[in-house]
Design a protein around this ligand. Structure first.
Ligand code: 5GP
Ligand code: MN
Length: 337
């Protein structure tokens, strides 16, 4: 993979460009994709954002979101656009299997592939150009750097600003995580100069649920949470029936795992959900506990040091049993302050 800087000279040649991200895109995935979309369009490229799957309705307000193609839902249309692509941008993921059903077609696609991402351990051989920096708060911060470092600060408009702000804000836990550096705040100050309404962005994302989602949250906190104080660990496990009973939709369980970290002393928070095709894990940690390695070693996943995901193909009950067994190996690390 060559440096992202060596790609800058190609930016001004109009091309057929596709931008993609990980399945079930979150605020950073959708924000970075659409932020880059609005930038590249201004440079005269013909650009399409293709998501591997659907996304949460609380992201639908983002400018350009109505033009995003859902690969699962509109496969023929997506395949036609992918086949004609001259440049592919991969944002907010670094291994092609995170694009789920798109993995095969992207692997075999013969075009210039560019990576912009902040997860650990990238599959570098899959990309021609790119930047992978786990110290970055978000892929949106990296798209901001891409625009400014390539000499196009003047292209930052309110559409770009809203999209990038949304991803920076969600991936930094509203500017509280250690990765919210002075550079992040400087970038946000620059975005804010465009005059966009940041209060509205917060409300669009965090105050945009239906009543049943709040009742579901109450239900799972009361009935599906277990705390293991000897391991400073807490878990929520959600059976499929709960999702059906409360009519949960894509994105409705996002953020749930963070409640566990609000309990005094908890260092490792785990959420496991019984999805149709797999049991899907979310891990969050505080301080020195490496959630990425934990997820990678035991749960076929990965991510960041303090936030990672994984999967299991066993039953929910066995998956939870396995987790309870695995944390015993980490007793010493989990008890460190
Ligand atoms: P979440 O728990 O919010 O789904 O994911 C936490 C972080 O880990 C996100 O940055 C997400 O992109 C990443 N992540 C989630 N699942 C996986 C996975 O299966 N593999 C890898 N490598 N990263 C994941
Ligand atoms: Mn991200």
């Amino acid at each position: 993979m060559q440096s992202i800087q060596s790609f800058y000279t190609q930016l001004t040649i109009p091309r057929k460009v596709i931008i993609t991200t990980h399945q079930k895109p979150d605020g950073d995935a959708m924000g970075s994709s659409l932020g880059l979309f609005h930038f590249l369009e201004q440079l005269g490229h013909s650009v399409t954002v293709i998501s591997p799957t659907n996304w949460a309705t609380f992201l639908q307000w983002m400018p350009g979101c109505d033009k995003v193609v859902d690969f699962d839902y509109s496969r023929e249309k997506a395949l036609k656009i992918i086949k004609e692509a001259e440049v592919l941008f991969c944002l907010d993921f670094n291994v092609l299997h995170r694009t789920k059903n798109m993995e095969e077609v992207l692997t075999n696609l013969n075009c210039i592939k560019v990576l912009v991402d902040h997860h650990e351990q990238p599959q570098v051989q899959a990309f021609d150009y790119g930047i992978s920096d786990p110290k970055k708060s978000s892929t949106c911060e990296m798209v901001f750097d891409f625009i400014t470092d390539s000499g196009h600060d003047d292209k930052i408009n309110t559409d770009i600003a809203q999209c990038l702000y949304a991803g920076i804000m969600t991936d930094t836990g509203s500017f509280r995580f250690p990765a919210a550096s002075s550079h992040v705040h400087t970038a946000v100050a620059r975005l804010k100069q465009t005059g966009f309404n940041h209060t509205q962005v917060h409300e669009n994302i965090y105050d945009n649920f239906l009543e049943n989602r709040l009742r579901f949250t109450g239900h799972v906190l009361l009935n599906r949470m277990e705390v293991f104080y000897e391991y400073n660990t807490a878990i929520i496990s959600i059976p499929k029936n709960d999702l059906l009973r409360f009519h949960m939709k894509t994105g409705d369980t996002e953020g749930l795992v963070n409640y566990l970290l609000t309990i005094q002393g908890i260092k490792l928070a785990a959420l496991v959900i019984d999805r149709d095709e797999e049991r899907k894990w979310s891990f969050r940690s505080k301080g020195t506990f490496d959630a990425n390695t934990f997820a990678r070693t035991h749960f076929e996943g990965g991510g960041h040091f303090n936030a990672a995901g994984g999967r299991s193909s066993d039953t929910l009950e066995n998956t939870v049993k396995n987790f309870k067994q695995v944390i015993k190996e980490y007793e010493v690390q989990l008890q460190q302050i």
